[in-house]
Design a protein around this ligand. Structure first.
Ligand code: PGA
Length: 310
């Protein structure tokens, strides 16, 4: 599985990336000029105002030196501005302060999990108090270490037996403390083959909907388990189908406004080669990227945002 075995690729390709950047810069200048003029004519040009979102889930990868190199590379690239794409990287806990202190300010940092209560006798867990301070600006906590968290990732649901209810509790708790949440849902291969994809995804989302009423700081990541780390990406049509069904479910169970404004991002073997076609789907609002977020192609994936703004 790529994301678990590809530690070295990013770092070996670091120099190559520097060369790529020059040509990318020229292409981007052109794209941004086009995008700017487009925006002037059509201020509401993004899909229902849903800003493209790209998350890099580094999972349990990287040494201090490797992490510094990734950050150094990300800091040097030119990508569309933060009003076109929201970029969030999610390093392992131990690297959160390092990444937060070194990463460019237009990119955000997310934890990969968080505990469901305040601190206390919970061996091995990390409380939100350790991740953020309490200074609140509007609804968003100004975080010391991170300003969002990935919750409900299938690796935690399946390997650590996190139930829908437990994930729902975590989402509600994190939001109540001012964090933004990337909430992951998705079916296994068996569930897809049994025709229950939408039931599974709806059930997982319902456990969150039962516990929260304000969805403003939530992004939903649809991540079919069979596509994660397998190189077997969902086809654009498969992704679009679930995203669109999920949006209909949100309209029925929450409100039209939540459904229309919710960023539903896709995750599962997204790479530099498949990202543009996926991004072209009307209900795909970005990506959660595992293995490829450790490689130079993560830049290409961020740039897929231009598909929406073109
Ligand atoms: P992958 O992982 O891109 O390596 O398939 C995606 C994820 O788990 O978020």
């Amino acid at each position: 599985m790529e994301s678990r075995s590809s530690d070295s690729s990013f770092f070996h390709q670091h120099n190559m990336l520097m060369e790529m950047q020059q040509s990318l810069r020229i292409a981007l200048d052109h794209t941004q000029r086009q995008s700017n003029s487009h925006h002037q004519n059509h201020p509401e040009s993004s899909t229902m105002g849903r800003k493209f979102f790209v998350g890099g889930n580094w999972k349990c990868n990287g040494t201090t030196e490797q992490v510094k190199k990734i950050v150094e590379t990300l800091n040097a690239v030119e990508v569309p501005s933060s009003d076109v794409v929201e970029v969030v990287v999610s390093p392992p806990y131990v690297f959160l302060p390092l990444v937060k202190s070194l990463l460019r300010p237009d990119f955000q940092v997310a934890a990969q999990n968080c505990w469901v209560k305040n601190g206390g006798a919970f061996t091995g867990e990390v409380s939100l108090a350790k991740m953020s301070n309490s200074s609140v600006l509007g609804v968003v906590t100004i975080a010391k270490m991170s300003n969002s968290s990935v919750l409900g990732h299938s690796e935690r649901r399946l390997l650590l037996n996190e139930s829908n209810e437990f994930v729902g509790d975590k989402v509600a708790y994190a939001l109540s403390k001012g964090l933004k949440v990337i909430a992951c849902v998705g079916e296994t291969l068996e569930q897809r083959e049994a025709g229950s994809t939408m039931d599974v995804v709806a059930e997982q989302t319902k456990a969150i909907a039962d516990r929260i009423s304000d969805w403003n700081n939530v992004v939903i990541a649809y991540e079919p388990v069979w596509a994660i780390g397998t190189g077997k990406v969902a086809t654009p049509a498969q992704a679009q189908e679930v995203h669109s069904e999920l949006r209909k479910w949100l309209a029925a169970k929450t409100s039209n406004e939540v459904a229309e404004t919710m960023r539903i991002i896709y995750g599962g073997s997204v790479n530099g080669a498949n990202c543009k076609e996926l991004a072209g789907q009307p209900d795909v609002d970005g990506f959660l990227v595992g293995g490829a977020s450790l490689k130079p192609e993560f830049i290409d994936i961020i740039n897929a945002a231009t598909v929406k703004s073109a």
